[in-house]
Design a protein around this ligand. Sequence first.
Ligand code: ADP
Ligand code: MG
Length: 701
Amino acid sequence: MANLLETPIEYLKGVGPNRGTLLRKELGIHKYGHLLNFFPNRYIDRTRYYKINELQNNVAEVQIIGKIINVKTVAFGKNQKRLVATFVDDTGQMELVWFQGHKWIRESLKLNEMCVIFGKCTSFGNTFNMAHPEIELMTEHEQSLRSAMQPVYPSTETLANRGISNRVINKMMQQLFLETQAQFAETLPEYLTAELKLIPKNAALFNIHFPKSVEALAKAQYRLKFEELFYIQLQLITKNLIRKHKIKGHPFTKVGDYFNDFFKNHLPFELTNAQKRVIKEIRIDMGSNAQMNRLLQGDVGSGKTIVALMSMLIALDNGFQSCLMAPTEILANQHYNGLSELAKELNINIRILTGSTKIAARRIIHEELENGTLHILIGTHALLEDKVKFQNLGLAVIDEQHRFGVEQRSKLWKKNEIPPHILVMTATPIPRTLAMSLYGDLDISVIDELPPGRKPIQTVHRFDSNRLKVWKFIRDEIAIGRQIYIVYPLIQESEKMDYKDLMDGYESISRDFPLPEYSISILHGKMKPADKHTEMKRFSEGKTNIMVATTVIEVGVNIPNASVMIIESAERFGLSQLHQLRGRVGRGAEQSYCILMTSHKLSADSKTRMETMVKTNDGFEIAEVDLKLRGPGDLMGTQQSGVLNLQIADIVRDRDILILARNYALKILKDDASMQKTENTILRATYIELNKKKNIWNYIS
Ligand code: ADP
Ligand code: MG
């Protein structure tokens, strides 16, 4: 049976080489098995037959029983023709229309025979017409393996143009079930299907393609969704277990002088309970013989930096070097300054390496890295260059992980035989469900508490027409010594236009806030790193009042005296980005504000985004709304979109099934980690089979 599903798709009766090539190219269907697992994305109710006099304009697809009484070619426009057929039933008549494939269609139409037409109706004058209908003779219609709910398969324009309609796919599916006699191996152990009342695999596959009823379809979907999520969880959890058993890590057995000295004598503030808890989790993790792979989530301003430093001090206490990698030079610089300041009394050697580090400085870094006198190296992607060789890298901290691909993460690994412990820090709160599906192989720590004394940022939404009032507010804030950010969108596709918006904005702000009373900084992606650095410095030293910028300041920038964040064209930002930007203020003791400026024209989604921002400061709540609005692909940024290459489940809508699947996977593996027990034979076989096929697992590092 398994063999049959490996058969190349062109061997299926009715496919052949041409269609085979199309199926491969357009849908990734290479074999029988792929077609079997190519699931519909929606269903149409075909239990109902309409009469012509019941038709309404533009309702969903309808089916009508009747007959074609004549066909003619009608000219229209310049050199254009269409094929028009008159279709009648006992209540009236309508037109069927084709714009393409005339000859072939004309030959295939049978006049005056009862048939069923299916498609979408539109009215034109007082006659209805249906363009490119599906037509089936009544005799065929009665015989065909048809289900009440007609599946609609995902398609592409090329497929549609090349005649592979939904009906054709449906026919192929029928043929597939015929050739395989609809016998498919069960893929879940019996105790699971029994306990969860899941229908058998055979029944599920049959009903997903040919549902007998709405209830049967629901059961089929549930079973297949569970199965998909369950095996992904099994994979992720197994990976985690294997790592813990097999991938050796440097055991950091002691907490020594560097850590203790810092903790006792140089802490600039008392740690929050969340920070203490997280440091403990990290310490225990690094103290075992296994490599740590931990995701540290903490909302903007929750104080991740000091956690990173203290983790690095533990590495140092055990004789190891550390590095911290940031996504931009600005951030790397800021980390360098921040960590140097925190550690200034500790007598440790910290350096920074970025794209703009001069050759002489690089040489020193390379040397000190190799002879072990450099303790902590901070930098950008430059850390991944081949020349950068640590004597003994024990811990790699990666800040704002979503900007680094999984591949880069593992690049750091390859530098040492025993991989360093990895701590990934992110301020983009990842909803639990998403974290589970994407990072089920990482352990997760959460800083869920802000340092004391922070006043929640007040957020308002203002229309462009209220700008004068907003400007007045800015003047008042500047008058009491505060600083202001004004951020403009920068989106790749319209870079030129955005740049113009930014420059126009800068000019008008310069006019409204003129020298010498006010001074303004500007920061955008087109500037040289050195210039960016200078502008950042001027602003952070309080030499300028307003920072006009694009989203380059989005992550991590920390200037406690800045108390107002104005976001221009806020409707053009995603929620997580708005939240990130807002997090640039509210870092000091003063009350801070975020003002979202938009035009009056807002889509429903944009409205929801503005309302959510005004309503809550909680990053996790915002992430959940974002996930609902945008779906998981977008949330993770384009780099990683498509990572959740799920066939049938949807991690937003099916989160309950996901949690159930995860719990079962955990329970089963806890009891039988290598799936050796007899009752898990099917599990093990399916797992190995799925692992061989890279296709759905390729999102895992
Ligand atoms: P993020 O998690 O966004 O990286 P940071 O580590 O930059 O946050 O910390 C934000 C600000 O809060 C910094 O100015 C830092 O010094 C301060 N901070 C961090 N932890 C505490 C604490 N426990 N008590 C008071 N202030 C803190
Ligand atoms: Mg930070």
